[in-house]
Structures are given as structure tokens and as C-alpha cells.
Write a protein that binds this ligand. Structure first.
Ligand code: FMN
Length: 220
């Protein structure tokens, strides 16, 4: 069983990277082999609307025709047993790197066919982890949880199972708040929250990883 963890943060070892690592540990505890993909190490673009993936009888039918650093990753993901997508929230939404990746990953499997809903050959569990500066209350008010729904809806349709979702709020943005203009925030409050809540969020991520591995075993 191979489960992939896709990091849509440019900071590989920060909040998103840390919770994804915990999710990977959870999956590994259930016997899964895990692999982390750092999107910001790769050079790639989003979908360019060439529609080669929809061309009847075409060489790339059901596959992305663009060739770049994402090509071998998409090939690997075509045989995944589970995928966890992790992204920070930028401007109330997923990062541009994650958005471009999701276009390239999901769109070729969206066959535009009345008969076949998904070109992805197996049913696999997935999860989305979002990390952000805002509190849970501000996140709901700003509609971030609504903005990020598209990825979850595509995951459900293409991968065939409703994804798990985890929001990690009120994250630490800098290692040292005194070095940066940040008078909008109280570092003391952030530190208190981080100490109390971040370990809980890491545990939830671990449990998500476990659950995804367990769901995969049940599917087989
Ligand atoms: C360009 C940019 C835009 C951001 N926009 C938001 C936002 O709209 N809402 C929010 O809550 N946090 C926002 N943040 C904060 C990040 O989402 C938050 O610090 C996140 O946990 C960073 O993840 P990382 O530590 O894995 O890099 C933004 C950060 C950056 C750099």
C-alpha cells in the first residue's frame, strides 16, 4: 500500500510540512509505504487547456500531455493507494502551486463522458489539510472553508471516495515575531495557542493518515 503526501507549501518544514509528516507517520503505523512530494521543488505549470486528455482515440486520452517536472509525479499518483493534499491558505484559498497541481492531476481523469464519471482506475481514500493564520471563527466568516471545496469535490468524484478534511488554524508564521512587522498579531496569544493546539492538530493529522490507510485496506 503506497500513500502519497503532497505539500503545497514553499516552506518544506513549516506548518504544512509538519502536519503532513504526522499524517505520513499515521499511515506508516498501519503498514503503508509513504512518499512526500514537495510541489515547490518542481517546475511546472497548471493546465494549459490543450484538451489532449479529452481527444477521442488520442495518445493522451485520460492523461496530461504537458511534459515537465510534474509528469513523473502524475505517473506515480496514477497508481496511488491514497493521497493527502496539504496546503497553506494564501489569499483565502489554496496556494497557486497546489491549484496548478490539482488542475493537472484531476482534469485528465474528468473524462467529460456521460457513462464514465472518472478515468482514475481505482477507488482510493484521500485527505485535505489546510493550514492558515486565521482562527477557525475568522476562517468561517471569510468563507475559506467554502472557497477550498472545489478540490474536495473533485477528489470525491475522481478518486471515488469522500475525502477527510482537517483545518489547522492560527498557525505561527515566523520563527521570531520581533524581527518582522506583525503588530496586527499578538505573539504571546499565538504562542499560547500554538503550545496548546498545534500538538492536537498534529495528532489529528496522524489519525487522518491512519484512517486513510485503514480505508484503503477496507476497499481491497
Ligand atoms: C502570500 C500569503 C498569503 C496568505 N494569506 C492568508 C490568508 O488569506 N488567510 C490566512 O489565514 N493566512 C494566510 N497566510 C498565512 C499562511 O496561510 C499560514 O502562515 C500557513 O500556515 C503557512 O503555511 P507554512 O507554514 O506551511 O508555510 C498567507 C501567507 C502568505 C505567505
Amino acid at each position: 500500500m503506497k500513500i502519497y503526501f503532497v505539500n503545497g507549501s514553499p516552506r518544506k518544514k513549516w506548518n504544512t510540512g509538519t502536519v503532513l509528516k504526522k499524517a505520513a507517520e499515521g499511515a506508516a503505523s498501519q503498514g503503508a509505504e509513504t512518499e512526500l512530494v514537495n510541489l515547490y521543488d518542481l517546475k511546472y505549470k497548471g493546465c494549459v487547456s490543450c484538451f489532449a486528455c479529452k481527444m477521442i482515440g488520442g495518445k493522451f486520452h485520460g492523461k496530461c500531455a504537458q511534459k515537465d517536472d510534474l509528469t513523473p509525479i502524475l505517473e506515480k499518483l496514477s497508481a496511488a493507494d491514497g493521497i493527502v493534499f496539504g496546503t497553506p491558505i494564501y489569499f483565502y484559498n489554496i496556494t497557486s502551486g497546489m491549484q496548478a497541481f490539482l488542475e493537472r492531476f484531476f482534469f485528465p481523469y474528468d473524462l467529460y463522458s456521460r457513462e464514465i464519471v472518472s478515468g482514475y482506475t481505482q477507488k482510493i481514500p484521500s485527505g485535505f489539510i489546510y493550514t492558515m493564520n486565521m482562527s477557525a471563527e475568522s476562517m468561517h466568516k471569510a468563507g475559506i472553508d467554502t472557497n477550498v471545496k472545489a478540490g474536495q469535490l473533485f477528489a470525491e468524484e475522481i478518486l471515488g471516495m469522500k475525502p477527510e478534511v482537517l483545518y489547522v488554524n492560527n498557525t505561527y508564521q515566523f520563527s521570531n515575531y520581533s524581527k518582522y512587522e506583525s503588530s496586527k498579531f499578538s505573539e504571546t496569544e499565538k504562542a499560547v495557542y500554538k503550545q496548546a493546539q498545534f500538538p492536537i492538530d498534529c495528532q489529528k493529522a496522524f489519525e487522518m493518515g491512519q484512517k486513510i490507510a485503514e480505508k484503503n485496506l477496507r476497499e481491497k
